[in-house]
Design a protein around this ligand. Structure first.
Ligand SMILES: *[C@@H]1O[C@H](CO)[C@@H](O)[C@H](O)[C@H]1NC(C)=O
Ligand SMILES: *[C@@H]1O[C@H](CO)[C@@H](O)[C@H](O)[C@H]1NC(C)=O
Ligand SMILES: *[C@@H]1O[C@H](CO)[C@@H](O)[C@H](O)[C@H]1NC(C)=O
Ligand SMILES: *[C@@H]1O[C@H](CO)[C@@H](O)[C@H](O)[C@H]1NC(C)=O
Ligand SMILES: *[C@@H]1O[C@H](CO)[C@@H](O)[C@H](O)[C@H]1NC(C)=O
Length: 422
């Protein structure tokens, strides 16, 4: 019998769906995540809570604490768009519990092989699981995350949490005793080395102690995919969508993901586009940005007060002011830790610049456009043609010649102000 590729894909998808169902079933049994609604503990009226409860246990799963006081912050980004930087701006705040890409575990548990799959069925499975996980994490239910961690944590402890060291809360008391409370700038590697295995129960306690929760994700394609979370009355979600010039993203990925973007490097080195180049590595970024930004900027009622579009280049140009704008939108005040971190991490080495109080500005702005020296005009020209709409929409200028591309005295980032949608 012939085994067609379609049959293979169908089989693979079926097994994914089964795994996902299995995980969910297992979860609701082993952790009893179906608490009886406690009406006084939430911002719903009794009636609303009841109707929610009638929709089934699933809908009610993670709701058993006073949510009205928490802000649930979501940084929606893509890889190499400056999301670690934005994550830090939130991570440094003493009232914020921050997690760096927890969806990594969802992906590795559900679709380990098809990691770049754009298949519709895969995508639905991944998104459903991602929304469930985010919902539980915003409720500080970190035990739910354990279902996706490999190998499975024993006694609720693990040393396999992805980028644990990127979260301040997970590197400080009560979660980790290795550093004194005064030590604010713990290196990610030091944290992983010196803190013992992560006790998820303590991590959850730390989450509950902080006033707000922020999560950075790069595995959800666009804002429309998050609508169910945005509209969830149990959450107080505020989305920060981070975008960056796709040409800058491409240049950065070519440097960072050397294997996956190997053919792009060949293009750059030889001046010839390899025939088997995977163009979706670029086009998907532009398509996702376009659909997200079109949704966001069309101001639908469900995003009212819950969406802010941030261009990475604007942050790089003026980190302090832009960060303040972000905190204003979140309704929080930017604390001293955040200001200190910005000053320590965006200051240029140039003597002249450091004389100015926030002299980093020009320095990091130049850095945000340094991709212009790393891509050939051919590659830029190609990117401009396939990403034309989104470049225009976001205020990134196209270049018409190699001279223009390399002339750094002309910025390609137009002044555009994206106000939060209030
Ligand atoms: C909120 O929930 C906790 C435990 O879930 C419970 O002990 C407490 O009494 C509740 N608060 C109110 C005001 O109902
Ligand atoms: C929930 O938290 C808010 C803010 O801390 C507080 O004002 C409110 O009384 C709390 N509600 C309950 C039921 O505990
Ligand atoms: C888990 O805890 C139990 C009881 O405290 C202990 O007997 C067991 O050895 C622990 N398992 C691991 C892997 O640490
Ligand atoms: C994790 O922390 C909790 C809360 O302090 C504690 O009860 C538990 O024993 C700890 N687990 C391990 C394996 O140390
Ligand atoms: C770069 O652009 C500036 C401003 O348009 C222009 O004055 C300058 O001659 C250009 N430099 C080069 C090397 O083309």
């Amino acid at each position: 019998m012939q085994c067609s590729w379609k049959a293979v894909i169908l089989l693979a998808l079926a097994s994914i769906a089964i795994q996902y169902t299995a995980i969910r079933t297992f979860t609701s049994k082993s952790f009893q995540l179906c608490p009886v609604p406690i009406q006084q503990n939430c911002s719903l009226s009794g009636q609303e809570a009841e109707s929610l409860f009638e929709r089934g246990c699933d809908e009610y799963t993670y709701f058993s604490f006073n949510t009205s006081r928490k802000t649930h912050i979501l940084v929606l980004a893509t890889t190499r768009s400056g999301s670690s930087f934005v994550g830090q701006l939130l991570n440094q705040h003493s009232d914020i519990f921050y997690l760096f890409e927890p969806l990594y575990h969802v992906q590795t548990a559900l679709i380990p092989r098809l990691s770049h799959s754009r298949n519709a069925a895969d995508r639905r499975v991944m998104l459903g699981a991602s929304r469930d996980l985010l919902r539980s994490l915003y409720g500080c239910d970190l035990h739910f995350l354990e279902n996706y961690i490999k190998p499975p944590p024993t006694n609720h402890t693990t040393d396999k949490l992805f980028r644990r060291g990127a979260s301040r809360a997970l590197c400080s008391q009560p979660v980790c005793d290795a550093f004194s409370p005064g030590e604010t700038n713990v290196e990610e590697g030091d944290c992983v080395k010196k803190c013992a295995s992560l006790n998820m129960t303590l991590a959850a306690e730390s989450c509950r102690d902080k006033r707000h929760v922020a999560i950075k994700i790069v595995r959800v394609p666009e804002i429309g995919d998050l609508r169910a979370l945005v509209e969830d009355p149990r959450l107080n979600l505020k989305v920060i969508q981070l975008v960056r010039d796709p040409r800058g993203i491409l240049a950065s990925r070519i440097e960072t993901f050397r294997d996956t973007y190997r053919l792009w490097r060949i293009w750059r080195a030889t001046g010839r586009k390899p025939y088997n180049l995977d163009l979706t590595q670029l086009t998907v970024v532009c398509e996702d940005f376009l659909s997200s930004v079109s949704t966001g900027l069309s101001h639908p009622y469900w995003l009212k007060g819950k969406y802010m579009l941030v261009r990475y280049e604007d942050l790089a140009r003026n980190p302090l002011q832009k960060t303040k704008d972000i905190y204003d939108y979140l309704g929080l005040s930017m604390d001293k830790n955040v200001v200190d971190w910005i000053q320590a991490n965006t200051r240029g080495s140039n003597e002249l610049l450091t004389k100015h109080k926030y002299g980093t500005v020009r320095d990091s702005a130049a850095n945000a456009e340094s991709w212009r020296l790393k891509l050939s005009f051919d590659m830029v020209d190609y990117t401009q043609s396939v990403c034309q709409k989104i470049l225009h929409r976001l205020g990134y200028k196209s270049v018409k010649s190699a001279e223009e591309l390399k002339n750094m005295s002309i910025s390609l980032v137009a002044d555009k102000v994206f106000v939060p949608f209030l």
